[in-house]
Ligand binder design. Sequence first.
Ligand code: NAD
Length: 433
Amino acid sequence: MSATSDHSRLETSHDEGVSVFDRARKLFLRYAEPLELETRHPGQGLPERLVIPDKSIIFRLSLQMDDGSIRFFQAYRVQFNDERGPYKGGVRFHPDVTLDEVTALAFWMYIKTAVVDVPFGGAKGGITVDYKSLSRAERERLTKKFAVVLCREVGQEVDIPAPDVNTGEQEMAWMLDAWRNTTGVYQRGAVTGKPLDLGGSLGRREATGKGGVIVLLEAAREAGIDPSGATAAVQGWGNAGQYAALELAKHGVRIITVSDSQAAIRSRDGLHVPALIDHKQQTGSVAHFPGSEPVDHGTVLTSKCDFLIPAALEDSIDETVAPHVQARFISEVANGPTTPRASRMLFDQGVTVIPDVLANAGGVLVSYFEWVQNRQEYYWSQEDVADRMTTKMKSAYEQVARVATENAVSLRQAAYQIAIDRVARAALERGGQ
Ligand code: NAD
């Protein structure tokens, strides 16, 4: 990563300790308190049962490079909780991937699947690798090796991977192929986020970013804000950030500043989103986009605008950034972009934050639709997918907003309370033996 920002992930002052998972766990326990799980169900081991991962798989991958040399990489799959259904979660290929990060991401996954009420648990995987520096052949070998090592741990009834940072349809296709060749079974539902040719779902590509905007606009509408004429900033110009920006632009929102890992740019008149997507595709960065001016990375998070979309990595908004945030609404399209302390500060500042476990759930929602279609081998139209996703996202938002209002708590706390209640019920029903 060559980000120069004070607020880039590597340089962030981790305000509450270095372990992302530790902070996530503490927050969960705090949010679980009002539910009085231990008092209501004495001796059942709740909520401890919900904060310990079921299984953490750590493995070494060797890769023969194109020049014949051998390199080694650390890889992970954390299957956190499957009380409500098979494990489900993305695969991240990035130099900063650690067991701690993968565990936190797996933890958030099962909370997210419960918030939007899809019948899955939560998992996450990753490889610590500078994936972008590999050749295409090296990428294919590494991805397939990752899949082969995990072939006994995954499957459509067990654990279903999907894309995350630096992985997409191509990696999902390679994993499907590896499992087909290893097990002899062509089981499309073992992975989601696949290309359409291999049983992917229409609408999956845009689902995460679009879902984050659907709930954001619901919140804005409740506050009486008309999106046409509103302004937005987007941190992260990958799958999630680009589709969020496209969806915002469709509603007349002006995207005034965006960043990727290499650069940050601004245009007061608004950036032309499709052209900026093409520019990134062609040049590999948002830098030097015609009609824009370069700005510091931190500017994107603190710009004066209506909507802020963090769509990069964890801990972008910490307690040094939070006081300078000028946006009125934040939709956490990234996982864990706001530290718990920053989250409390934003709440006190009156910024409405749609939490990640709701804001980016469109991805897992359409992954669920893909899984359903694969099991039926019957495929839905784009409209069908979009309608079902919009209905589910709006309904999840409505439930979260209602609980938040009734209990005078943040949307994050409300989302966690709904999820914890659902998962705890399933855990009790399954028993503890
Ligand atoms: P991606 O690899 O497609 O894009 C990530 C983007 O973030 C890239 O443009 C990269 O340059 C940028 N970035 C990295 N570090 C940055 C920094 N310091 N400042 C600014 N930009 C930076 O990944 P993605 O799939 O879009 O995932 C982005 C976020 O959304 C992650 O937190 C991921 O967990 C979350 N998410 C993704 C999905 C999905 O379906 N893809 C689903 C749920 C959540």
